[in-house]
Design a protein around this ligand. Sequence first.
Ligand code: NAD
Length: 274
Amino acid sequence: MTRIAITGAAGRMGRTLIEAVLNDPDAQLASVVERPGHALIGSDAGALVGRGTLGVPIRDSLVAALGDGVDVVIDFTTPMATLEHIGICRHHSTRMVIGTTGLSQSQRGVLEQAAWDIAVCAAPNFSVGVTLSLKLVELAARVLGDSVDIEVIEAHHRHKVDAPSGTALALGEAAARVLGRSLEDCAIYGREGHTGARDRNTIGFSTIRGGDIVGDHTVLFAGTGERVEITHKASSRMTFATGAIRAAHWLARQNRGLYDMQDVLGLKGLLKQQ
Ligand code: NAD
């Protein structure tokens, strides 16, 4: 049994994560946390998912939540909140699954430092399908090499605050890494006006925002006379939530270190063996 605490409990992902924990016979909802001042602080977590009383109060402090007996904290909040929470988890030697996106390079550095002391699993996308797509992108980049133009196209709901999505960046990074490029140097974020001809060494990103799109990603490898498209479409947030809980079960058996969803699925190093 993995005892799980969920931060950002009233958020879109927080509520879905609570549902997913309640549906998992091997997981226990140990505690839930929202930001101080949230209207539902002190209410029962059942109110967040339209269930009856669960006996789990919505807390406004992760420190207090850890007192409820927690194996793994699952955090899908904001970069600022995630940094605060990882400091607390590090101090209390508690494992952490992190789904928050939009972290800067230096904020990622804080995660890396915390992982010297605790086990952390961070991924911009916890869906099994996207994790597989990352591997497929690596394979396509390896086979097609510098003979194609690479473009990443993503679409999300109108409330998403960061762009391009963390998943789009991870897909671009996977291709760049295989091709020996630095994404920082070769990424082009949107195009406008007289752009000139395309430089083959760049990786382009296009962002669409609208309605309630859960998350679509395509990596396009466009060559002469043919193109390959690797596409993933999420139709429910539940796919991220069940993936994050799978990661929590896995992480409960790990010692300190920084892991991602490829570690959870055993996909790391798969192509290296060939
Ligand atoms: P949301 O705005 O609906 O929810 C975030 C919640 O966090 C809010 O309820 C907010 O009040 C709460 N929060 C803010 N500060 C807090 C604090 N200090 N303590 C406790 N709670 C706090 O956003 P969302 O759509 O649920 O997404 C949350 C994050 O997860 C975003 O960064 C999003 O991009 C990311 N996300 C990741 C994946 C993935 O698979 N990795 C999937 C979907 C969303």
